[in-house]
Ligand binder design. Sequence first.
Ligand code: C2E
Ligand code: CA
Ligand code: CA
Length: 364
Amino acid sequence: VSQRLQHTLRSGDMVARLGGDEFVLVLSGLQSQEHMLPLVVKIQQSLSQPYFLSGHQLQVTPSIGISMYPKDSLSIHDLLRHADTAMYSVKTGGRNGYSFYDSSMDVTTKERLELESIIRTGLDQQKFFLEYQPQVSGDNQQIFGVEALLRLHGKDGLIPPDTFIPVAEETGQILALGEWVLREACMQAKAWQDMGWKPVVMAVNISAVQLQRIDMVALVSSVLAETGLAARFLELEITERVIMGDSAELIDTLEALRTLGVRLALDDFGTGYSSLSYLKAFPFDVLKIDRSLVQGISTSADDLAITEAVIALGRSMKLEVLAEGVETPEHVRILLEKGCKHMQGYNFSRSLSPAALGKWLMPN
Ligand code: C2E
Ligand code: CA
Ligand code: CA
């Protein structure tokens, strides 16, 4: 990367590697943003060419944040900080892979720092808790499982997981958090069983970061031993996006988890691009059809056709198929007609506190 940057720039420009995957370029004599653009494109093109390292072909997608002197600041320190802020805005949803600093971004940075600190202190201060959403058979409304969903108390009400999970993943906080979720969910499942409630499968969401960075097999087996929950009552949900990367190692991990007796579900299916042949290599038990598809089945012929195909695909691969985001009796009717019995969604129940689950799990 350094060499390519050097070759792209002029001799008076400066390239420095700050650490990790962060580089700083100091470019002089550029009057305006428009003058920057051709150079940005050149840098992007140069860095996006494949890299060949010990027989592997690698790809890099740079996120470029830009601050301008003297418009954005007169101080070196602030120029660097602003460029960093602009780079962050690229990482969280930027379109072009580059972004010019703009003072409105500071608010976002401030909110983000606040969120990081809420997450950091949240476990100790018991700001996190789990709710459980029933998974039912659509034909007879019998519950067979629950999905554990993480909740976080913020200053004014709950913070949605779609907001805090990505931040926890970027900062690595998801590792401690994910471990807490796993332990808490297994403890809860065992406690229900000990109270004589109906034994159901406990589905826990696992982040890609957990699979990449820690030994999930060791963690899962120690949590099961610790809590006394039988492995067959634990299901790990892994999103489709996770399996699209480099996968040989991942397949080994998943096989090992399955050897423990744990069930594996492929989450959010239909949102990514996994192909059929690809899927076959992974040892999943359950295919969860994403709610964006399910919600279209009563209004969009395309969504219905895709959902129908996914159901058929799952069955042909001997997978259980579960539809998420089932909101209306019409959804239920169509899914049953297409051969998908297992469902989860507001039509049956939202996520509930452990106590409120009693009405689903208590005998009689
Ligand atoms: P997900 O795994 O797809 O979880 C299902 C989401 O759909 C939940 O949102 C649930 O409340 C929502 N939902 C369920 N039924 C319906 C329905 O009928 N209609 C609609 N519109 N939505 C429905 P929630 O709780 O906001 O969670 C969002 C995402 O956050 C989850 O999506 C999951 O990706 C992530 N997440 C939640 N808890 C954890 C966790 O403990 N660990 C990790 N890594 N991710 C988690
Ligand atoms: Ca899930
Ligand atoms: Ca899902």
